[in-house]
Write a protein that binds this ligand. Structure first.
Ligand code: NAP
Length: 441
């Protein structure tokens, strides 16, 4: 048996303690499979006294994670602290410079500094592995880097945030509004106290930026992602989607187009009977369209101590086997510059919900604004009229509001945006039109 692979683990929270449990539970099997023992040499976290539900007495404690990163005794630095800068960034950089392999679950760090850190890893002949950073327990990076080598990938997309998927699924199943379901998700520990990062789509965008780079061999371009969250999805949309044969999912989508790469995160309509529509609750999925493999869908747990630890352990296993690959598929010097395809040119069908003042000529005016932009309408439905200003008792206000839902044929983002802006300017609607892209699967 070869000599043990010695780890320094920084961060003993959800993922760090999960990893210690996995390494303990599977110590013999890992050693037998890899031909060498995986040994934890030292650990670091903020508070030494915290009860973490795992035994730490066999491991050397190092207060300073950055010092642990270049510790003489370790071969691999496992960064499980988190955050795009600060100690995590400093420690990972120190480890690479000290020629230590690095395993991290930190998508925020990689979305911001991934290419620079990859270059550093390559210069120093060490691995920078981050399977856990994208979709937790789903082995998507290994799939792209290794299993799909014989493919040109045309599109990669998925449900990459469990919090959003839980909220949307619950809204759909129970017919409850966003704010109420969010509160419940927070109480159950599925959403953070400050949920902005998840529900605003930014967590999905971090993961998508890494998938895009791996799938297309381009530099990581987090700032070039169009990001929309799920805050504005109303029960009316979920209900209309259902009637029209769709589910609403927060998707991260990266697509090759003739004018560049389209990266977008937004709520999208997917056909109700598609496999991706069935991915419910906190479950994640990643779909990859390869030119030879065809369409793959990987489904599993995107977060949590055990699934994430499983991915970290797999990265450690690769290092134990001596497998050191360029972090982003091709050597960082060969990554192509990212060329952004403008979303204005995105082609697709759209769902639109309008709250229309019930006055003569309103519908004709809306149809004419659509026609001006050459947006053709596949279907239009007037749904459940409701009172214009409920609750104002003293002076009844004439007129009422009619919710109108329409589905367009394929058009461009620019055309639909211009048409909706004109409709709003005309004063035919009482609120900003709701627009949701229909994803072609
Ligand atoms: N949780 C998941 O399901 C999941 C899934 C995929 C990826 N990830 C990623 O995994 C990483 C860790 O996430 P987590 O959920 O395990 O976070 P967590 O539970 O908040 O744990 C963070 C750990 O980092 C330690 N820490 C904070 N500042 C430190 C410092 N200056 N020096 C040393 N240690 C420090 C904390 O120490 P104390 O315990 O002493 O406070 C804690 O043990 C993040 O990058 C996250 O994005 C998490």
């Amino acid at each position: 048996m070869s000599k043990p692979l010695k780890l320094g683990i920084a961060g003993l929270g959800t993922v760090g303690t999960g990893l210690l449990q996995a390494l303990d539970a599977h110590a013999d099997r890992l050693a037998a499979t890899l031909g060498r023992e995986i040994r934890v040499a030292a650990v670091s976290a903020r508070s030494r006294d915290k009860d973490r539900g795992v035994r730490l007495d066999g491991f050397r404690w190092v207060d300073d994670a950055v010092a642990l990163a270049s510790d003489r005794e370790i071969d691999v630095f496992v960064e499980l602290i988190g955050g795009e800068g600060g100690v995590a960034a400093e420690a990972v950089e120190a480890a690479l410079r000290a020629r230590k392999h690095v395993v991290t679950a930190n998508k925020a760090l990689l979305a911001r500094h991934g290419v620079r850190l990859a270059r550093l890893a390559e210069e120093h002949g060490v691995a920078l592995n981050f399977e856990a950073a994208v979709a937790g327990g789903i082995p998507v990076i290994k799939t792209i880097r290794e299993a799909l080598l014989g493919n040109e990938i045309r599109r990669v997309y998925g449900i990459l945030n469990g919090t959003c998927n839980y909220i949307l699924t619950t809204m759909q199943k129970e017919g409850r509004p966003f704010a109420e379901v969010l509160k419940e998700a927070q109480a159950r520990g599925y959403a953070e106290a400050d949920p902005t990062f998840d529900i605003g789509g930014f967590d999905t965008a971090h993961k998508l930026s890494l998938l895009t780079s791996l799938a297309f061999g381009t530099e990581v371009a987090f700032d070039d992602i169009h990001v929309e969250g799920i805050e504005h999805i109303a029960p009316a949309d979920i209900e209309a989607a259902d009637d029209l044969g769709y589910r609403i999912k927060l998707l991260g989508v990266a697509l090759r187009t003739p004018s560049g790469i389209e990266q977008r995160v937004h709520p999208a309509m997917v056909p109700k009977h598609s496999a991706i529509a069935e991915v419910s609750g906190v479950t994640n999925c990643v779909a990859i369209d390869g030119d030879f493999a065809g369409d793959l869908l990987l489904v599993g747990s995107g977060a949590g101590a055990k699934p994430t630890a499983s991915a970290v352990a797999s990265d450690i296993g690769d290092i134990a086997r001596g497998l050191v690959l360029p972090p982003f598929l091709v050597p960082s010097g060969q990554l192509m510059p990212y060329v952004r395809a403008m979303l204005d040119r995105h082609q697709g069908a759209y769902y639109v919900r309008l709250t229309v003042y019930d006055r003569p000529g309103a519908m004709a005016a809306i149809a004419s604004r659509m026609a001006e932009q050459e947006v053709s309408i596949e279907s239009i439905v007037q749904r459940r009229p409701r009172s214009a200003l409920p609750g104002i008792g003293a002076r009844p206000v004439p007129g009422s509001l009619t919710p109108v839902v329409l589905i367009t044929h394929e058009t461009t983002e620019e055309a639909i945006r211009k048409a909706l802006a004109a409709i709003e300017r005309d004063g035919k609607v009482s609120e900003t039109p709701q627009m949701i892209r229909i994803e072609k699967l």
